[in-house]
Design a protein around this ligand. Sequence first.
Ligand SMILES: *Cc1c(COP(=O)(O)O)cnc(C)c1O
Length: 406
Amino acid sequence: MKTKLEQLAIFGKKPSFAEKMHVGRPNIGNKGRLIEYINDLIDRKWLTNSGPFEQELEQRIKDLIGVKHCIAMCNGTIALEIAIRAAGLTGEVIVPSFTFIATAHALQWQEITPVFCDVDPVTHNIDPARIEELITPRTTGIIGVHVWGRPCEVDFLSAIAQKHKLKLLFDAAHAFGCTYQGQMIGRFGNAEVFSFHATKFFNTFEGGAVVTDDDNLAAKINLMKNFGFSDYDNVIYIGTNGKMSEVSAAMGLTGLESLEEFITKNRQNYQQYQQELTDIPGIKLIPYNEGEKNNYQYIILEIDKKAAGVSRDQLVEILHTENVLARKYFYPGCHQMQPYRAYYPHAKLLLPETEKLTQKVMALPTGINIQLDDITEICNLIRLIINHSKEINHHLDKEIINPAIN
Ligand SMILES: *Cc1c(COP(=O)(O)O)cnc(C)c1O
């Protein structure tokens, strides 16, 4: 089948990707090490329930972040749910809508109302200046999301939380290995939550963790993630099953050994994109603050349709037909997804910046599986598309390209 550009007879310096270039291909450490770890755990026959690998992983994460407690879990969503419950959140909790749906679902799942707050168009993070107007007598907390691993305005959020006696949690699913004012993310608020899903910077196949300095909160979370068991036959609390398995912990230990490599590679990728995209009109690469530690896991573009001549949606669709699986992020925003869309049909009126971002933000492939040459080619492709935006729009007036993608 001909790609869209071929149909339009736009060839130029057109690269072709025989293999699909994905956003979110996993970063995997040394395969030999992983196999050794798995051999060990099979010989030991200790597969889950606070095994030695899980304990070692928790210890290493505590050391890396400089935090008192790390509780590893089966995934980031359950970790969020448990952190929310253990922190005693009820009623309403203020969250951004510009996040992965799990942030909102973790609240709604326990019948807590997520109250969507608009974001800062520059940082893409929750706008602290918009929070106080959303506080009601039912508000019990705020969840900030460090979107793309770029930290929220932690000090400002902490001040608001303190002033109104609210709990403050952070969804740090994107931010493992990143810093805020030189301190590792994971040390802020009442607790922070990581995801170690396969697509994240650091993964344990599936996994996540809550990190906190609060002894009581950590004790509760440890009970809650294991059905409330305090001892063999003693259940003292309502709980669920949030445990991380040993094979996941083994993957985590393997990944931690390669963390610096992942960062170096991601940073090179980011710099390559930076170089290659500078001269393309209408494309803005979201910058990382080089004064902080970043994991550079997200290559995020904002598409200015007027300057680029094509919309974000057009660009993503054409890239897909060329085997570059770029993604719209966070499209269409939590408030436009169910059940929130039905509950709060007018939410978008309070979320103008979120609405704009959901229309213009996209992510490009990065990670350890992509070559610098691939990045050059992806950028050549984007340049080609934008240089031919007139022809593309001319044809689009007559047809909708590849409707299967949406
Ligand atoms: C990935 C992600 C989650 C959910 O983590 P899982 O481990 O996939 O359950 C939550 N919040 C954000 C912002 C995420 O990106």
